[in-house]
Design a protein around this ligand. Sequence first.
Ligand code: CTP
Ligand code: MG
Length: 463
Amino acid sequence: MALSPALRKRVLDHITPTPKELAQEQAFAAQFADQLQSLKGPHVDVVLAGSLSRNTHLAGDRDMDFFVRYSTEMDRETFEKEGLALAKKSFGKNPYQVAYSEHPYVKGVINGFEVEVVPCYAIDSVEQKQSSVDRTVLHTQYLQRKLLPAHLPEIRLLKKWLKGIGCYGADLHAHAVPGIVAEILVVQFGTFEQVLEELSRMKLHHVIDLEQHFDVDKAQQKFDPAPLIVIDPIDPNRNVAAALSLEVMAKIITASHRFLQKPSLNYFFPPQEKPLTGKQLAALAEKEGLIVAVLPYPKGALSDEVWGQIHRFDRKMVSILQEKSFIVERHDAWTDETKHLLFVWELQDAVLGKAQRRVGPPIWHTKHVQQFLNTHKKVVTGPRIENDRVVVETMREVVDAVSYLQQELPIIGKKETTHLKTALSKKPLILQGKKLVSFYQQNKNIQTYLTHYAKGKDAFFEW
Ligand code: CTP
Ligand code: MG
Protein backbone atom coordinates (compact mmCIF):
# COMPACT_ATOMS: atom_id res chain seq x y z
CA MET A 1 0.00 0.00 0.00
CA ALA A 2 1.35 3.43 -0.84
CA LEU A 3 1.27 6.46 1.38
CA SER A 4 -1.99 8.26 0.59
CA PRO A 5 -1.64 11.65 -1.12
CA ALA A 6 -3.19 13.30 1.93
CA LEU A 7 -0.69 11.75 4.37
CA ARG A 8 2.17 12.47 2.02
CA LYS A 9 1.18 16.11 1.91
CA ARG A 10 0.85 16.32 5.66
CA VAL A 11 4.33 14.95 6.15
CA LEU A 12 5.85 17.13 3.46
CA ASP A 13 4.22 20.23 4.89
CA HIS A 14 6.04 19.53 8.14
CA ILE A 15 9.45 18.60 6.83
CA THR A 16 9.97 20.97 3.91
CA PRO A 17 11.58 24.25 4.93
CA THR A 18 9.27 27.16 4.15
CA PRO A 19 10.37 29.58 1.40
CA LYS A 20 11.12 32.10 4.17
CA GLU A 21 13.28 29.61 6.09
CA LEU A 22 15.11 28.63 2.90
CA ALA A 23 15.75 32.26 1.99
CA GLN A 24 17.16 32.95 5.45
CA GLU A 25 19.40 29.89 5.34
CA GLN A 26 20.65 30.70 1.90
CA ALA A 27 21.27 34.34 2.74
CA PHE A 28 23.24 33.38 5.83
CA ALA A 29 25.21 30.70 3.98
CA ALA A 30 26.12 33.08 1.15
CA GLN A 31 27.13 35.83 3.54
CA PHE A 32 29.21 33.51 5.73
CA ALA A 33 30.91 31.90 2.73
CA ASP A 34 31.81 35.36 1.40
CA GLN A 35 33.15 36.42 4.75
CA LEU A 36 35.25 33.24 5.01
CA GLN A 37 36.53 33.71 1.49
CA SER A 38 37.60 37.28 2.17
CA LEU A 39 39.61 36.44 5.30
CA LYS A 40 43.33 36.72 4.70
CA GLY A 41 45.05 33.45 3.89
CA PRO A 42 46.26 31.10 1.16
CA HIS A 43 42.90 29.31 0.64
CA VAL A 44 41.54 28.77 -2.86
CA ASP A 45 37.80 29.04 -2.25
CA VAL A 46 34.91 28.18 0.06
CA VAL A 47 32.21 25.65 -0.80
CA LEU A 48 28.94 25.04 1.01
CA ALA A 49 28.47 21.26 1.18
CA GLY A 50 26.07 18.85 2.87
CA SER A 51 22.33 18.65 2.41
CA LEU A 52 21.68 22.39 2.57
CA SER A 53 23.72 22.88 -0.61
CA ARG A 54 21.38 20.47 -2.40
CA ASN A 55 18.12 21.54 -0.77
CA THR A 56 17.62 18.07 0.71
CA HIS A 57 17.72 19.02 4.39
CA LEU A 58 14.80 18.71 6.77
CA ALA A 59 12.94 21.77 8.03
CA GLY A 60 14.38 22.92 11.32
CA ASP A 61 17.78 21.35 10.64
CA ARG A 62 20.30 23.97 11.45
CA ASP A 63 23.59 22.44 10.39
CA MET A 64 25.75 24.04 7.74
CA ASP A 65 29.02 22.61 6.47
CA PHE A 66 31.53 24.95 4.86
CA PHE A 67 34.60 23.53 3.20
CA VAL A 68 37.60 25.83 2.86
CA ARG A 69 39.73 24.52 0.04
CA TYR A 70 43.51 24.70 -0.28
CA SER A 71 45.81 23.87 -3.17
CA THR A 72 47.06 20.27 -3.34
CA GLU A 73 50.54 21.77 -3.68
CA MET A 74 50.40 22.91 -0.08
CA ASP A 75 52.17 20.63 2.39
CA ARG A 76 50.13 18.97 5.08
CA GLU A 77 51.55 20.90 8.01
CA THR A 78 50.88 24.33 6.49
CA PHE A 79 47.45 23.16 5.35
CA GLU A 80 46.48 22.08 8.87
CA LYS A 81 47.89 25.21 10.46
CA GLU A 82 46.36 27.68 8.00
CA GLY A 83 43.06 25.80 7.88
CA LEU A 84 42.61 25.73 11.63
CA ALA A 85 43.59 29.38 12.06
CA LEU A 86 41.17 30.52 9.37
CA ALA A 87 38.36 28.35 10.69
CA LYS A 88 38.80 29.72 14.21
CA LYS A 89 38.93 33.28 12.97
CA SER A 90 35.70 32.85 11.00
CA PHE A 91 33.76 32.36 14.24
CA GLY A 92 34.73 35.77 15.58
CA LYS A 93 33.16 36.13 19.01
CA ASN A 94 30.77 33.21 18.51
CA PRO A 95 31.29 30.07 20.61
CA TYR A 96 33.20 27.26 18.90
CA GLN A 97 35.03 24.01 19.57
CA VAL A 98 37.98 22.45 17.76
CA ALA A 99 37.17 18.93 16.63
CA TYR A 100 39.36 16.31 14.98
CA SER A 101 38.81 13.80 12.26
CA GLU A 102 41.96 13.24 10.22
CA HIS A 103 42.89 16.85 10.90
CA PRO A 104 41.40 19.63 12.97
CA TYR A 105 38.25 21.51 11.99
CA VAL A 106 36.02 23.87 13.90
CA LYS A 107 32.37 23.75 14.85
CA GLY A 108 30.24 26.26 16.63
CA VAL A 109 27.03 28.20 16.65
CA ILE A 110 26.35 31.40 14.72
CA ASN A 111 22.89 33.00 14.47
CA GLY A 112 21.40 29.75 15.73
CA PHE A 113 23.03 27.76 12.92
CA GLU A 114 25.34 24.87 13.77
CA VAL A 115 28.25 25.78 11.58
CA GLU A 116 31.18 23.53 10.70
CA VAL A 117 34.20 24.95 8.97
CA VAL A 118 36.30 22.15 7.51
CA PRO A 119 39.61 22.71 5.71
CA CYS A 120 40.22 20.40 2.73
CA TYR A 121 42.21 20.16 -0.47
CA ALA A 122 40.73 21.37 -3.77
CA ILE A 123 40.54 18.35 -6.08
CA ASP A 124 38.81 17.50 -9.37
CA SER A 125 38.80 13.76 -8.97
CA VAL A 126 39.24 11.36 -6.10
CA GLU A 127 42.70 10.19 -7.20
CA GLN A 128 44.06 13.57 -6.09
CA LYS A 129 42.59 13.19 -2.63
CA GLN A 130 44.96 13.89 0.27
CA SER A 131 42.45 13.87 3.10
CA SER A 132 39.21 11.93 3.31
CA VAL A 133 37.08 15.06 3.65
CA ASP A 134 38.27 16.16 0.19
CA ARG A 135 35.57 13.89 -1.19
CA THR A 136 32.73 15.91 0.26
CA VAL A 137 32.94 18.72 -2.28
CA LEU A 138 33.00 16.13 -5.06
CA HIS A 139 29.81 14.62 -3.60
CA THR A 140 28.18 18.01 -3.62
CA GLN A 141 29.12 18.61 -7.24
CA TYR A 142 28.05 15.11 -8.27
CA LEU A 143 24.68 15.23 -6.53
CA GLN A 144 23.93 18.75 -7.72
CA ARG A 145 24.26 17.31 -11.25
CA LYS A 146 22.24 14.18 -10.57
CA LEU A 147 19.36 15.39 -8.44
CA LEU A 148 16.12 16.38 -10.17
CA PRO A 149 13.62 18.72 -8.51
CA ALA A 150 11.26 15.75 -8.14
CA HIS A 151 13.86 13.92 -6.02
CA LEU A 152 13.99 16.53 -3.27
CA PRO A 153 10.67 15.79 -1.50
CA GLU A 154 11.32 12.06 -1.86
CA ILE A 155 14.68 12.42 -0.12
CA ARG A 156 13.11 14.42 2.69
CA LEU A 157 10.41 11.79 3.15
CA LEU A 158 12.99 9.03 3.26
CA LYS A 159 15.24 10.87 5.73
CA LYS A 160 12.32 11.64 8.03
CA TRP A 161 11.03 8.07 7.83
CA LEU A 162 14.46 6.67 8.68
CA LYS A 163 14.78 9.16 11.51
CA GLY A 164 11.38 8.11 12.88
CA ILE A 165 12.51 4.49 13.21
CA GLY A 166 15.83 5.60 14.70
CA CYS A 167 17.95 4.53 11.74
CA TYR A 168 19.15 7.84 10.31
CA GLY A 169 22.35 9.77 10.80
CA ALA A 170 25.99 9.92 9.92
CA ASP A 171 27.29 9.73 13.50
CA LEU A 172 29.40 6.62 13.61
CA HIS A 173 27.89 5.44 16.85
CA ALA A 174 24.44 5.32 15.27
CA HIS A 175 25.55 2.63 12.76
CA ALA A 176 22.79 4.10 10.63
CA VAL A 177 22.02 5.51 7.19
CA PRO A 178 23.78 8.79 6.42
CA GLY A 179 22.05 11.53 4.40
CA ILE A 180 24.09 10.85 1.31
CA VAL A 181 22.90 7.23 1.19
CA ALA A 182 19.27 8.40 1.36
CA GLU A 183 20.00 10.66 -1.61
CA ILE A 184 21.66 7.89 -3.60
CA LEU A 185 18.74 5.52 -2.89
CA VAL A 186 16.27 8.05 -4.26
CA VAL A 187 18.39 8.72 -7.35
CA GLN A 188 18.54 4.96 -7.93
CA PHE A 189 14.89 4.06 -7.32
CA GLY A 190 13.04 7.32 -8.02
CA THR A 191 10.52 7.79 -5.24
CA PHE A 192 10.24 7.32 -1.49
CA GLU A 193 7.71 4.49 -1.93
CA GLN A 194 9.86 2.78 -4.51
CA VAL A 195 12.86 2.92 -2.19
CA LEU A 196 10.78 1.31 0.57
CA GLU A 197 9.52 -1.37 -1.83
CA GLU A 198 13.11 -2.21 -2.69
CA LEU A 199 14.26 -2.10 0.92
CA SER A 200 11.43 -4.35 2.07
CA ARG A 201 12.62 -7.04 -0.34
CA MET A 202 16.32 -6.45 0.08
CA LYS A 203 18.68 -9.29 0.91
CA LEU A 204 22.01 -8.91 2.64
CA HIS A 205 24.99 -7.57 0.68
CA HIS A 206 22.78 -5.84 -1.87
CA VAL A 207 24.81 -3.58 -4.15
CA ILE A 208 23.80 -0.10 -5.26
CA ASP A 209 26.22 1.27 -7.79
CA LEU A 210 24.89 4.40 -9.54
CA GLU A 211 27.94 4.77 -11.74
CA GLN A 212 28.21 1.04 -12.45
CA HIS A 213 31.80 0.82 -11.32
CA PHE A 214 31.64 -2.94 -10.66
CA ASP A 215 29.85 -6.20 -11.38
CA VAL A 216 27.70 -7.21 -8.43
CA ASP A 217 29.96 -10.19 -7.58
CA LYS A 218 33.07 -8.12 -7.63
CA ALA A 219 31.52 -5.44 -5.40
CA GLN A 220 30.28 -8.04 -2.92
CA GLN A 221 33.70 -9.59 -2.75
CA LYS A 222 35.41 -6.26 -2.35
CA PHE A 223 33.15 -4.96 0.41
CA ASP A 224 32.49 -8.24 2.18
CA PRO A 225 30.87 -8.50 4.79
CA ALA A 226 28.99 -5.15 4.71
CA PRO A 227 25.21 -5.71 5.03
CA LEU A 228 24.54 -3.05 2.38
CA ILE A 229 26.97 -1.93 -0.28
CA VAL A 230 26.49 1.56 -1.70
CA ILE A 231 29.41 2.34 -3.94
CA ASP A 232 30.47 5.95 -3.57
CA PRO A 233 29.71 7.37 -7.02
CA ILE A 234 32.85 9.49 -6.97
CA ASP A 235 35.10 6.93 -5.27
CA PRO A 236 34.67 3.28 -6.30
CA ASN A 237 36.94 2.15 -3.46
CA ARG A 238 34.50 3.21 -0.81
CA ASN A 239 31.22 1.88 0.53
CA VAL A 240 29.26 4.96 1.65
CA ALA A 241 27.10 2.72 3.84
CA ALA A 242 30.08 1.08 5.55
CA ALA A 243 28.97 2.15 9.04
CA LEU A 244 25.51 0.61 8.68
CA SER A 245 25.23 -2.39 11.00
CA LEU A 246 23.45 -5.65 10.32
CA GLU A 247 20.98 -4.86 13.08
CA VAL A 248 20.04 -1.44 11.70
CA MET A 249 19.72 -2.91 8.21
CA ALA A 250 17.42 -5.62 9.58
CA LYS A 251 15.31 -2.98 11.35
CA ILE A 252 14.96 -0.98 8.14
CA ILE A 253 13.91 -4.03 6.14
CA THR A 254 11.35 -5.06 8.77
CA ALA A 255 9.98 -1.54 9.20
CA SER A 256 9.64 -0.94 5.45
CA HIS A 257 7.79 -4.20 5.07
CA ARG A 258 5.38 -3.28 7.86
CA PHE A 259 4.99 0.30 6.66
CA LEU A 260 3.99 -0.81 3.16
CA GLN A 261 1.38 -3.11 4.68
CA LYS A 262 0.07 -0.40 6.96
CA PRO A 263 1.38 3.12 6.31
CA SER A 264 1.16 5.38 9.32
CA LEU A 265 2.19 8.88 10.31
CA ASN A 266 3.86 7.37 13.37
CA TYR A 267 6.85 6.42 11.25
CA PHE A 268 7.46 10.08 10.46
CA PHE A 269 6.38 11.52 13.77
CA PRO A 270 6.94 8.81 16.37
CA PRO A 271 4.86 9.38 19.50
CA GLN A 272 7.09 10.31 22.43
CA GLU A 273 7.74 7.40 24.70
CA LYS A 274 6.39 8.24 28.16
CA PRO A 275 8.98 7.51 30.85
CA LEU A 276 8.04 4.61 33.09
CA THR A 277 7.07 5.43 36.65
CA GLY A 278 9.54 4.34 39.31
CA LYS A 279 7.26 1.44 40.18
CA GLN A 280 6.98 0.28 36.56
CA LEU A 281 10.73 0.47 36.14
CA ALA A 282 11.27 -1.46 39.37
CA ALA A 283 9.00 -4.26 38.18
CA LEU A 284 10.69 -4.56 34.78
CA ALA A 285 14.22 -4.19 36.12
CA GLU A 286 13.56 -6.94 38.64
CA LYS A 287 12.31 -9.37 35.97
CA GLU A 288 15.22 -8.57 33.68
CA GLY A 289 17.88 -8.50 36.36
CA LEU A 290 19.14 -5.09 35.24
CA ILE A 291 22.41 -3.75 36.57
CA VAL A 292 23.40 -0.20 35.70
CA ALA A 293 26.80 1.44 36.14
CA VAL A 294 26.69 5.22 36.34
CA LEU A 295 29.86 7.21 35.64
CA PRO A 296 30.31 10.98 35.37
CA TYR A 297 30.65 12.34 31.82
CA PRO A 298 34.32 13.34 31.31
CA LYS A 299 34.23 17.14 31.24
CA GLY A 300 34.97 18.78 27.90
CA ALA A 301 35.27 15.47 26.03
CA LEU A 302 34.00 15.43 22.42
CA SER A 303 30.85 13.38 22.24
CA ASP A 304 31.86 11.61 18.99
CA GLU A 305 34.97 10.29 20.70
CA VAL A 306 33.12 9.28 23.83
CA TRP A 307 30.47 7.30 21.95
CA GLY A 308 33.09 5.24 20.15
CA GLN A 309 34.93 4.61 23.40
CA ILE A 310 31.90 3.59 25.45
CA HIS A 311 30.81 1.12 22.78
CA ARG A 312 34.26 -0.44 22.81
CA PHE A 313 34.28 -0.51 26.61
CA ASP A 314 30.81 -2.05 26.61
CA ARG A 315 32.08 -4.99 24.54
CA LYS A 316 35.15 -5.31 26.74
CA MET A 317 33.04 -5.49 29.90
CA VAL A 318 30.83 -8.17 28.38
CA SER A 319 33.80 -10.42 27.78
CA ILE A 320 35.12 -9.73 31.27
CA LEU A 321 31.75 -10.73 32.76
CA GLN A 322 31.57 -13.80 30.54
CA GLU A 323 35.03 -14.87 31.67
CA LYS A 324 33.61 -14.99 35.17
CA SER A 325 30.75 -17.20 33.90
CA PHE A 326 28.00 -14.57 33.96
CA ILE A 327 25.53 -15.02 31.13
CA VAL A 328 24.96 -11.59 29.57
CA GLU A 329 21.58 -11.61 27.86
CA ARG A 330 21.57 -7.97 26.80
CA HIS A 331 23.88 -5.02 27.28
CA ASP A 332 24.31 -1.44 26.16
CA ALA A 333 26.17 1.82 26.72
CA TRP A 334 24.71 5.30 26.58
CA THR A 335 25.49 8.89 27.43
CA ASP A 336 23.53 12.12 27.60
CA GLU A 337 26.78 13.74 26.41
CA THR A 338 26.91 16.12 29.37
CA LYS A 339 26.33 14.57 32.75
CA HIS A 340 26.32 10.79 32.78
CA LEU A 341 27.73 7.70 31.10
CA LEU A 342 25.66 4.56 31.58
CA PHE A 343 26.50 0.89 31.10
CA VAL A 344 23.58 -1.47 31.34
CA TRP A 345 23.66 -5.24 31.74
CA GLU A 346 20.90 -7.77 31.78
CA LEU A 347 22.41 -10.87 33.36
CA GLN A 348 20.71 -14.22 33.51
CA ASP A 349 21.84 -14.43 37.13
CA ALA A 350 23.56 -11.62 39.00
CA VAL A 351 24.56 -14.07 41.74
CA LEU A 352 26.07 -17.39 40.76
CA GLY A 353 26.23 -20.62 42.74
CA LYS A 354 29.31 -20.87 44.94
CA ALA A 355 30.61 -24.00 43.29
CA GLN A 356 31.57 -24.20 39.64
CA ARG A 357 31.55 -27.40 37.62
CA ARG A 358 34.70 -27.94 35.63
CA VAL A 359 34.68 -30.62 33.01
CA GLY A 360 38.15 -31.99 32.26
CA PRO A 361 39.54 -33.96 29.35
CA PRO A 362 38.38 -37.47 28.31
CA ILE A 363 40.09 -40.13 30.43
CA TRP A 364 41.89 -41.54 27.34
CA HIS A 365 44.20 -38.53 27.37
CA THR A 366 46.00 -39.63 30.50
CA LYS A 367 48.58 -36.87 30.45
CA HIS A 368 45.96 -34.12 30.13
CA VAL A 369 43.89 -35.72 32.86
CA GLN A 370 46.88 -35.56 35.20
CA GLN A 371 47.48 -31.92 34.31
CA PHE A 372 43.82 -31.16 34.97
CA LEU A 373 43.99 -32.85 38.37
CA ASN A 374 47.16 -30.95 39.23
CA THR A 375 45.58 -27.57 38.43
CA HIS A 376 42.40 -28.33 40.38
CA LYS A 377 43.61 -29.53 43.77
CA LYS A 378 41.26 -27.40 45.86
CA VAL A 379 37.87 -28.82 45.12
CA VAL A 380 34.38 -28.77 46.60
CA THR A 381 33.43 -32.10 45.03
CA GLY A 382 35.31 -34.62 42.93
CA PRO A 383 37.38 -35.54 41.15
CA ARG A 384 35.05 -38.11 39.62
CA ILE A 385 34.39 -39.68 36.27
CA GLU A 386 31.25 -38.60 34.42
CA ASN A 387 30.76 -40.46 31.15
CA ASP A 388 34.32 -40.61 29.86
CA ARG A 389 35.52 -37.39 31.44
CA VAL A 390 37.04 -36.29 34.69
CA VAL A 391 34.97 -33.65 36.52
CA VAL A 392 35.47 -31.50 39.62
CA GLU A 393 33.59 -28.66 41.29
CA THR A 394 35.68 -25.78 42.59
CA MET A 395 34.85 -22.62 44.52
CA ARG A 396 34.10 -19.65 42.29
CA GLU A 397 36.31 -16.61 42.68
CA VAL A 398 33.44 -14.31 41.78
CA VAL A 399 29.82 -14.99 42.60
CA ASP A 400 28.23 -11.57 42.84
CA ALA A 401 28.21 -9.37 39.73
CA VAL A 402 27.44 -6.12 41.54
CA SER A 403 30.29 -6.33 44.03
CA TYR A 404 32.59 -7.62 41.33
CA LEU A 405 31.82 -4.62 39.10
CA GLN A 406 32.20 -2.28 42.04
CA GLN A 407 35.65 -3.60 42.76
CA GLU A 408 36.88 -4.29 39.24
CA LEU A 409 35.71 -1.23 37.27
CA PRO A 410 38.15 1.24 38.90
CA ILE A 411 41.01 -1.24 38.34
CA ILE A 412 40.09 -1.70 34.67
CA GLY A 413 39.66 2.08 34.40
CA LYS A 414 43.24 2.71 35.48
CA LYS A 415 44.49 0.73 32.49
CA GLU A 416 42.35 2.68 30.02
CA THR A 417 43.93 5.36 27.87
CA THR A 418 40.57 6.77 26.77
CA HIS A 419 38.06 9.14 28.39
CA LEU A 420 36.94 6.12 30.39
CA LYS A 421 40.04 6.55 32.53
CA THR A 422 38.76 9.93 33.71
CA ALA A 423 35.20 8.69 34.05
CA LEU A 424 36.35 5.78 36.20
CA SER A 425 38.77 7.74 38.36
CA LYS A 426 36.08 8.05 41.03
CA LYS A 427 34.20 5.02 42.29
CA PRO A 428 31.34 4.31 39.88
CA LEU A 429 27.79 3.78 41.10
CA ILE A 430 26.66 0.24 40.46
CA LEU A 431 22.90 0.22 40.74
CA GLN A 432 20.30 -2.46 41.02
CA GLY A 433 16.83 -2.79 42.53
CA LYS A 434 15.83 0.01 44.92
CA LYS A 435 19.02 2.03 44.38
CA LEU A 436 18.47 1.95 40.64
CA VAL A 437 14.88 3.12 41.01
CA SER A 438 15.76 6.01 43.29
CA PHE A 439 18.54 7.15 40.94
CA TYR A 440 16.07 6.87 38.05
CA GLN A 441 13.53 9.02 39.85
CA GLN A 442 16.08 11.68 40.73
CA ASN A 443 17.66 12.00 37.29
CA LYS A 444 15.26 13.05 34.54
CA ASN A 445 18.03 13.06 31.93
CA ILE A 446 18.30 9.26 31.97
CA GLN A 447 14.60 8.38 32.13
CA THR A 448 13.80 8.27 28.43
CA TYR A 449 16.82 6.13 27.72
CA LEU A 450 16.29 3.68 30.58
CA THR A 451 12.60 3.40 29.76
CA HIS A 452 13.47 2.52 26.20
CA TYR A 453 16.08 0.02 27.28
CA ALA A 454 13.98 -1.61 29.97
CA LYS A 455 11.04 -2.02 27.57
CA GLY A 456 13.42 -3.37 24.94
CA LYS A 457 10.94 -2.74 22.15
CA ASP A 458 11.28 -1.36 18.63
CA ALA A 459 8.38 1.09 18.54
CA PHE A 460 7.38 0.29 14.93
CA PHE A 461 6.07 -3.09 16.04
CA GLU A 462 3.07 -1.31 17.52
CA TRP A 463 2.38 1.15 14.68
N1 CTP B 1 29.63 11.97 4.02
C1 CTP B 1 30.16 10.86 3.39
N2 CTP B 1 29.95 9.60 3.87
C2 CTP B 1 29.24 9.40 4.98
C3 CTP B 1 28.69 10.50 5.67
C4 CTP B 1 28.89 11.80 5.17
O1 CTP B 1 30.83 10.99 2.38
N3 CTP B 1 29.08 8.15 5.43
C5 CTP B 1 29.86 13.32 3.45
C6 CTP B 1 28.88 13.60 2.34
O2 CTP B 1 29.55 14.28 1.32
C7 CTP B 1 27.83 14.46 3.01
C8 CTP B 1 28.67 15.28 3.96
O3 CTP B 1 29.69 14.36 4.40
O4 CTP B 1 27.11 15.26 2.10
C9 CTP B 1 27.93 15.88 5.11
O5 CTP B 1 27.41 14.87 5.93
P1 CTP B 1 26.20 15.14 6.95
O6 CTP B 1 26.11 16.57 7.37
O7 CTP B 1 26.29 14.09 7.97
O8 CTP B 1 24.92 14.76 6.09
P2 CTP B 1 24.09 15.61 5.06
O9 CTP B 1 24.29 14.97 3.72
O10 CTP B 1 24.38 17.05 5.17
O11 CTP B 1 22.61 15.28 5.53
P3 CTP B 1 21.75 15.90 6.74
O12 CTP B 1 22.59 16.97 7.39
O13 CTP B 1 20.53 16.42 6.10
O14 CTP B 1 21.47 14.76 7.65
MG1 MG C 1 24.39 18.17 6.97
